[in-house]
Design a protein around this ligand. Structure first.
Ligand code: PLP
Length: 399
C-alpha cells in the first residue's frame, strides 16, 4: 500500500474490500477453520503470511487486518495480537529470557507486569534489577554484560507518568547486546513510535486507548520479522492466547479514530491537570504535558505534544477523600483501567501498592513514598467536556 499519512492509515491500512459481498466495512471472520483447496501439512510449518488461512489460532483474516493496521502505524515489520496486554507481555518475556538471564526493568510500571516479573524470579530463575528510568547512571550500574538480555521500560509509566528517554536507554541496551522493550500503551503510536527511536519490541494493551471504548481486551507485540517468528510459533500457536476475531474487529473500529481521540484526550487532560495544580487541597499533579513535570523536556522530544489522557495527583487527607468518592461521583466512574472515552478514577494506596505490586529496594521505595504520600489518585481523563469533569472534581475535593 502507498505510504499514506497517519489518519488515512488508521482507517485504511489492513482493510480490503471483500470480493464476494463488496462490503465497505470489513467483515468479521468468526470461523475457527478455513476450507482448503489442496492438501496441506498440519504443523507449525503450514503456518505463514504467504500461506492460506488454516485455523484461527494460527492466523485469522480479521485479526490480521488489525495487525496490519498496527504495523503500519508503528512502522513495524511485524505485529502479533493476543487476548490481552498481559498475554502480549508474557509472549515477549517467554521468548527472550531463559533461566539464569538477567532483566533490567523500570521500578514502577503497570502493576500486572511488575508482579509477573517478580513471579519469574521464583518460577523460572530470571533475576531482575529495578531502576529509576530517569537515572541513566543507575541503569549503567545495573547491567551485567553477558547476562543482561532484556531492558523493560514503559513510557509514560502507569501510574507515576515517568518518561523514559527511549534513544538513551536503547543505546545502553545495545552496547551490551541486550534488547529493549517499550510498553507504549499510554503513548500510543500517535505520540511515539518506539521502534523508530531504537526499541526492539513494542508492546500494547489494546484494551486502553487503541480500542478506546472500554469494551474489548486485547494486546499486541510489534518487532522485526525475525524476532516475531518464535513469538508466532510458540506464544501464539502453542501457548494459544490469541485474540478473538470479534475483539479484533471492535479494536480496529476504535483504532480508526485514535488519531482524532488522542489530541482530544490530551487537550482535556491538560485542562484538568492545570485546574488541579491550582486547587488548594491538591499537593502534586503528575502529567507529562505540564512544565512542572520532571520528564517534560524528554516528552517534548518524543511525544509530538500528545501527552495522552492519564494523570495522577495527590491531595491532603487523600484516603478520607478516596473513601467518600465512589458514592459521590456521577460522570467520572470510580473504576480501574484507562484509555476509554469514559473518565475513570482510582485511588492507589501506597502501603497496599508497595506490598502487592511494587516491591522495591529501599532507595526506590523511599522515592515512591515521597511522590505518592499516603496514596495517589490515578485519573484517566475521558472525552467528556473537561469543564464538566473539573466541576465534578471540585465537588469531590470539597467533600
Ligand atoms: C492495562 C495495561 C497492561 C495490561 O493490559 P491488559 O489488556 O489489561 O492485559 C499493560 N501495560 C500497561 C501500561 C497497561 O496500562
Amino acid at each position: 500500500m502507498t505510504k499514506y499519512r497517519t489518519r488515512t492509515q488508521a482507517i485504511h491500512a489492513g482493510e480490503s474490500i471483500d470480493p464476494a459481498t463488496k462490503a465497505s466495512a470489513p467483515n468479521i471472520a468468526m470461523s475457527n477453520s478455513f476450507v482448503m483447496s489442496e492438501i496441506s501439512g498440519f504443523s507449525i510449518d503450514a503456518f505463514g503470511e504467504d500461506k492460506p488461512f488454516v485455523y484461527s489460532r494460527w492466523d485469522n483474516p480479521t485479526v490480521r487486518m488489525l495487525e496490519d493496521k498496527l504495523a503500519a502505524l508503528e512502522s513495524a515489520e511485524a505485529c502479533s495480537c493476543f487476548a490481552s496486554g498481559m498475554a502480549a507481555t508474557s509472549a515477549i518475556l517467554n521468548t527472550t529470557l531463559k533461566r539464569g538471564d538477567h532483566l533490567v526493568a523500570i521500578d514502577v510500571h503497570y502493576s500486572g507486569t511488575a508482579e509477573l516479573i517478580r513471579f519469574l524470579r521464583d518460577s523460572v530463575g530470571i533475576e531482575t534489577t529495578l531502576v529509576d528510568p530517569t537515572d541513566l547512571g543507575m541503569i549503567e550500574e545495573a547491567v551485567q554484560p553477558g547476562r543482561t538480555k532484556l531492558f523493560w521500560f514503559e513510557t509514560p509509566s502507569n501510574p507515576l507518568l515517568t518518561v523514559t528517554d527511549i534513544p538513551a536507554v536503547s543505546e545502553l541496551a545495545h552496547q551490551i547486546g541486550a534488547k529493549l522493550v517499550i510498553d507504549s500503551t499510554l503513548a500510543t503510536p500517535i505520540a511515539t513510535k518506539p521502534l523508530e527511536l531504537g526499541a526492539d519490541f513494542v508492546v500494547h494493551s489494546l484494551s486502553k486507548y487503541i480500542g478506546g471504548h472500554g469494551d474489548a481486551l486485547g494486546g499486541a507485540v510489534l518487532c522485526n520479522s525475525e524476532s516475531m517468528k518464535s513469538i508466532r510459533d510458540h506464544e501464539r500457536v502453542h501457548i494459544g492466547g490469541v485474540l478473538s476475531p470479534f475483539n479484533a474487529w471492535l479494536i480496529a473500529r476504535g483504532l480508526a479514530t485514535l488519531p482524532l481521540r488522542m489530541p482530544a484526550h490530551t487537550a482535556s487532560a491538560l485542562k484538568v491537570a492545570q485546574f488541579l495544580e491550582t486547587h488548594p487541597r491538591v499537593t502534586r499533579v503528575l502529567y507529562p504535558g505540564l512544565e512542572s513535570h520532571k520528564g517534560h523536556e524528554i516528552a517534548k522530544r518524543q511525544m509530538q505534544e500528545c501527552w495522552g489522557g492519564l494523570l495522577s495527583f495527590t491531595v491532603a487527607d487523600g484516603k478520607a477523600l478516596a473513601q467518600r468518592m465512589p458514592t459521590h461521583v456521577e460522570i467520572i466512574h470510580y473504576a480501574v483501567s484507562l484509555g476509554s472515552h469514559r473518565s475513570l478514577i482510582f485511588w492507589m494506596e501506597t502501603e497496599e501498592m508497595l506490598r502487592s505490586s511494587f516491591v522495591l529496594p529501599p532507595s526506590l521505595e523511599r522515592q515512591y513514598r515521597e511522590i505518592t504520600e499516603e496514596g495517589i489518585f490515578r485519573f484517566a481523563v475521558g472525552l467528556e467536556d473537561p469543564e464538566d469533569l473539573c466541576e465534578e472534581l471540585t465537588k469531590c475535593l470539597d467533600l
